[in-house]
Ligand binder design. Sequence first.
Ligand code: PEP
Ligand code: MN
Length: 456
Amino acid sequence: MTKALLAPPAVGAPDERAGDEWRDRPAAQQPDWPDPSALRAVVRQLAGLPPLVTPEECDTLTDRLGQVARGRAFLLQGGDCAETFAGTSAAAVRRKLETLLQMAVVFSYAASMPVVKVGRMAGQFAKPRSAPTETRDGLTLPVYRGDAVNGVEFTPEARRPDPGRLHQAYQASAATLALIRAFVAGGYADLRQVHAWNQDFVARSPVGQRYERLADEIDRALRFLDVCHVDLSDLRTVELFTSHEGLLLDYESALTRTDPRTGGRYAGSGHLLWVGERTRALDGAHVAYLAGVRNPVAVKLGPSVGADEVLGYVERLDPDRVPGRLTLVVRMGAKRIRDRLPGLVQAVTAAGAEVVWVSDPMHGNTITAPSGHKTRQFDDILDEVAGFFEVHHGLGTHPGGVHVELTGDDVAECLGGGSAVALDDLGRRYESACDPRLNRGQSLDLAFRAAELFRG
Ligand code: PEP
Ligand code: MN
């Protein structure tokens, strides 16, 4: 563990140190920046730039998630494992957005609930890693920690952490967010249009017939509204929020701002921030940072977590019991979800917290293919979601949503799904900078299959 931060920046609000308790705590997974003065300069620069999101928007997301916590809405969170600077093209962002919107329509219809849409987008540029170094052909270099830290190429130059990349991450996030806002406001997300894309998917998918019934039902519902002369103009736009792992505390704290309305502190880098499986120490810096901001926040829960620990997150991150403030993202693996989850849900319910329960069916199901590629089986992913729904349905609690790694592109990174990506295909189009993502077809397969499971 390295200690994160340096001295706080000299610019910004007068209460720059408020909410800075995390600085005195151990911060896991921080890069070894070679030049602390260069880091200080970037932090100072970021502190003088506008935040990417506003406190009002963050409060709106907390409200929406409060609806999820109370069983009245469903959360869909998705995007790349690791966004890259090179991947910030208009086309790639649009395809990711389309995929999320298409999945949301399916869930919304099947669950008869609004879907709160949150991208793993516009900020997901830093990665926690299992080991600090990587060795290839006798050469050992620092591991890739995301484009916000170093380059993915296996050379000493690329792998050297460069604080200038934090500024590039801010710019790439701002550009992505601007695109998202433009697409969403411009009528691109119109429900009828998104439904037409889904019909197209059903017609082309090798297993499309499976989904015909649900797609037809949605079609009939839309026609019915139309013939009743219901004003469909509300369907032209959607709300879409951003999220990422709040990993690099120097970056996060440089973008933390005080809300002039209330004096509360907010992370300005994205609407929702989470702590990951490797940085969720209760007395660590990451949890302390999240405790000091008012954004909605989330914690990833892996198979080793115990009920007491989960209650610790509830006390630390949601002491006022605000519905929607805390999201618990469960990533146990398909084999463990049915055993591990019930005790956690029962403990949180007994504590009176109204949290959002979300299934991340990706991170507990990662395997290594003979070719060396990290991959995941579509059937394991679906099975973990099924187990998550079963547990909640059994306890009478709300399975609040899913959190998935996906792309709008036709990559071959996860195995199986309707178009049956096979082991041999992994070399064909494996583009992820980190973990394997569902491609567009697999993402839609998952939405249709999970929606069927949700309806029971
Ligand atoms: C991730 O979401 O990419 C990740 C690293 O997850 P986890 O912290 O759950 O392992
Ligand atoms: Mn990942």
